[in-house]
Unconditional design. Structure first.
Length: 230
């Protein structure tokens, strides 16, 4: 058998050492968890709120400038408006945050996205994370059980009251209360002559009306009065 040189033996030794080290590095890289994202519920109408949970992001601390930045939650885009932010913590570097779906979001299938950058401005390993989400159409409004009814009061009419024998002022009040108007008031030309020793005192009262008592006319119809002495 040919004797191996010292150089060959050295190269073989290095090769035997390098193979396990490379395998270990690959195994370690493969075991590093990527960021995950879940939503509950997975579908909701625009304007409603859902719970978004994440794990295996970079730890974020507002007081540590070397930590990763906050996780930014968006809908349907990696660069659109930020709906919420989260600060992963704990051994699994997790978070749970409430996210309000924009009121103008279009109904249909989309996704929630979570992005995060390191302190140097590069994406955190395993990010961005995405989770399927569906914006559902708003339900149709429920019709009322009973349709609203507008009650229209019956038209008010003038019903001529019986004012015969009443004074002019009393007759006017009765006409207004009966939804009638006061028309022309005709006075007698002269007052009856009273004898000196007579105890009779004459009164000026309604003798008749232009419209007879009980007559129905339009609201506000004017009724003429004729007065006489009794």
């Amino acid at each position: 058998m040919r004797k191996l040189s010292k150089r060959a033996v050295l190269l073989m030794s290095l090769g035997l050492i390098a193979v396990p080290m490379a395998a270990a590095a690959v195994t370690a890289y493969a075991c590093t968890a990527v960021a995950t994202l879940t939503d509950s519920p997975g579908a909701a109408v625009a304007g409603s709120t859902v719970t978004v949970n994440g794990a295996f992001f970079g730890t974020h601390s507002a007081t540590d400038s070397t930590s990763a930045g906050p996780v930014l939650i968006r809908l349907g885009s990696l660069t659109g408006p930020v709906l919420a932010t989260a600060s992963p913590s704990g051994t699994d570097r997790s978070f749970s945050v409430q996210v309000t779906i924009p009121a103008d979001a279009v109904a249909g299938d989309t996704f929630l996205a979570a992005t995060q950058q390191t302190a140097s401005g590069t994406p955190v390993f395993g990010t961005p994370a995405r989770q399927a989400f569906t914006v559902t159409a708003a339900p149709a409004p429920t019709p009322p059980l009973f349709a609203p009814v507008t009650l229209t009061p019956p038209p008010v009419s003038c019903v001529v009251p019986n004012v015969a024998g009443k004074s002019a002022s009393v007759a006017e009040g009765m006409l207004v209360a009966s939804h009638c108007g006061v028309g022309t008031i005709a006075h007698p030309k002269s007052k009856p002559h009273t004898k000196k020793k007579s105890k009779h005192h004459y009164k000026l009262v309604v003798a008749s009306t232009g419209l007879g008592a009980g007559t129905t006319a339009a609201n506000g119809t004017k009724v003429n009065l004729k007065l006489h002495w009794i």
